[in-house]
Structure formats: C-alpha cells, structure tokens
Design a protein around this ligand. Structure first.
Ligand code: GLP
Length: 240
C-alpha cells in the first residue's frame, strides 16, 4: 500500500483525482464509491472534465453497493447520489445508462446480486473506495467473509448510525439490507484508490494499513492487493 498524507481532505482529494485523471484510459471501467468522502474527488473530476482534461464518455462506472428497498426517488439511493455526482452538475462525460448499480428494488435481491457480480466480473480498471469507521469497504461489514462476491448484506448498527445523518438523523429510516460487491470482487480491480478523512476514521485507517489482515477490519484485505494508494488527511492518519 502506498499511503499519501496531506493537511486537508481537499488537498488529498486533488491528488487522488490527479491519479485517476492520469491513470484512467477511456473507454474503461471506473469503480465508484458513495458516502461523503469521495465528494470532493468527484468535484475535481467534474472540473477536469470541464477543462477537457478527463472524460468518462464511452466508459462505464460501477457502484460498490446499493441499499435494498430504498425508494427509486430517494436522494440517498446510491444510484441517485452517483447520478448527481457523475452525470449532473456539469457531469464527467458519463452517460446515465453507463452508470451501473445493483438493483436495490429487485423482487429477489439475491438474484440482483448474482446478476451484478456477473456483469462486474471482468473487474474495473480503477476502484475508488471510502472506509467505514468500523473498517468496512463497500458494505462488507466486520466478520463478513474475506472471500465474498457480490451478495445481500446486513448493515451493522454502527454503519446505520453513521449513515443516519443522510436520513434526517433518524436511524429507523436507514435501510437494514444492501447489495454490495464482496471483498473478493473489490480485489479484482486492477488498481485501488482509497480515501479516508477525519479523526472518526483514524482507528480504522491504522487497523487496515498497519494491523493484521482480519475479518474484524474488512479493509485490511487490501494489504494483499498489489496496487492500492491510500489518501488521508492529517486527522485520519493520526493513528498511524
Ligand atoms: C458507506 C458506504 C461506503 C463508504 C462508507 C463511508 O456506508 N457504503 O462505501 O465508504 O460508508 O462513508 P463516509 O464517506 O460518508 O464516511
């Protein structure tokens, strides 16, 4: 793992964006994360698109995960979040139909997971990742299998509490299940860019970068990947 630390999240996001701008060859397959962490990175990519330095035209973007059962129009449905970030606001050249997300509204979520796994199986060129405060990546929660493929997962209380801020601070509105790429699916990416910012992530960062590879800290599996760059601000790096 390469670890890059900058004073602020904005500075680290700029460097992460530059890695993607320099390293992504269109038409390609870009793996995209949700959560608040990658938002400054997506802004950088939109600005680079506006300057003609980057484009997702003709490329596909692949979400890590989706909530099960969330309303089609809900602003926190990950498909909607990613449409806003990558297609809306001036966009990145990505066409809406080229944004691929697991179908959280499928009658049979297990089948939706199998279909998504088949579609993503060739792997993505670059995978953008955030990190849960409990060490999750995608929605692979502590003690989930390290060898999983896209599956229906159960969100932990910690994650639902963390994400309640997107749901009127009301944990009861946060979905309980998700469809998520598995850890083994994520590991098929050719290259991985992980971002983590803020004191709240400091322990998880220290565990996944310097700790043992363990199901307790799912992101620690990334130590076995040969091309991972971790971008941190000072606060998130404070446990290293
Ligand atoms: C969410 C997502 C993850 C994300 C993480 C961190 O639940 N499923 O992909 O990386 O939690 O979120 P945030 O960036 O808002 O801290």
């Amino acid at each position: 793992m390469r670890v890059i630390i900058r004073d602020t999240a904005d500075e680290a996001s700029r460097l992460a964006a530059q890695q993607i701008i320099d390293g992504f060859t269109p038409p390609g397959r870009l793996g995209v994360a949700t959560g608040s962490t990658p938002l400054p990175l997506y802004r950088e990519l939109r600005e680079a698109y506006a300057r003609g330095e980057f484009t997702l035209e003709g490329s596909t973007a692949w979400a890590l995960d989706e909530y099960v059962g969330i309303d089609k129009d809900h602003p926190e449905r990950y498909r909607n979040v990613l449409l806003t970030e990558l297609v809306g606001n001036g966009g990145t050249g990505l066409a809406a139909e080229d944004l691929k997300t697991p179908d959280g509204k499928a009658e049979d979520p297990e089948e939706a997971a199998r279909i998504y796994e088949q579609m993503i199986a060739p792997g993505v060129d670059i995978q953008i990742l955030g990190l849960g405060s409990n060490g999750h990546i995608g929605f692979n929660e502590p003690f989930d299998s390290l060898n999983s493929r896209t599956h229906v997962g159960l969100l932990t209380g910690t994650t639902r509490q963390d994400n309640a801020r997107f749901f009127d601070d009301d944990i009861s509105q946060v979905p309980v299940h998700c469809v998520t790429q598995g850890l083994a699916t994520i590991m098929t990416a050719k290259s991985i860019v992980l971002l983590a910012f803020g004191e709240r992530k400091a322990e998880a960062v220290a565990r996944i970068v310097e700790g043992a590879v363990t199901q307790r800290w799912p992101g620690s599996i990334l130590q076995f990947h040969e091309d991972v760059t971790v971008y941190l601000d000072e606060a998130a790096a404070s446990g290293l």
